[in-house]
Design a protein around this ligand. Structure first.
Ligand code: CUA
Length: 155
């Protein structure tokens, strides 16, 4: 069978790109230890407001420069609305939604979660630069979606 040389070149390039992408995926998982953010545990969204630690959402210091934030998402706000931490703090967020699917992203960081009723989502962020970071819902959740935000103030 005759294969035109341009066709052969395109096939070889395609194969090379696939091999590079596959190698990058294996490298990121095995060497860089990248993982998709998964649910940490399950909760009942009907009773989560009465279930520890979500009955007392807020900021807890867990070490010299580490914090945990327990957070609730609801149409159309986050609880707490603002957290204040010193610079160079590593903050672990534990968040769940009490009603519909919301999103979670923090401006200027790679934090990016889906908040699904019944699941606790988690991510950690180290804040090195002082300032006010906007924490936003990035999943359309109704007419008040654009007003759903909170703030992380790094001193
Ligand atoms: Cu919550 Cu959009």
């Amino acid at each position: 069978m005759h294969i035109h040389r341009y066709e052969r070149a395109i096939l070889l390039l395609t194969g090379a790109f696939l091999a590079i992408a596959g190698a990058a995926l294996v490298y990121s998982v095995l060497i860089e230890n990248h993982r998709l953010p998964g649910p940490v545990r399950v909760v009942d969204p009907r009773t989560v407001r009465q279930t520890a630690p979500f009955d007392n959402p807020g900021l807890t210091q867990t070490g010299p420069s580490t914090y945990q934030v327990t957070m609730l998402a609801q149409t159309w706000s986050f609880t707490p609305q603002q957290i204040e931490i010193p610079r160079d703090s590593e903050v672990n967020f534990q968040i769940t939604s009490v009603d519909v699917i919301h999103g979670f992203t923090i401006q200027g960081t790679d934090a990016n979660l889906m908040l699904i009723p019944g699941q606790v989502s988690s991510t950690s962020v180290t804040f090195r630069t002082p300032g006010t970071y906007l924490l936003m819902c990035h999943e359309y959740c109704g007419v008040g979606h654009q007003a759903m935000f909170a703030r992380v103030v790094v001193q």
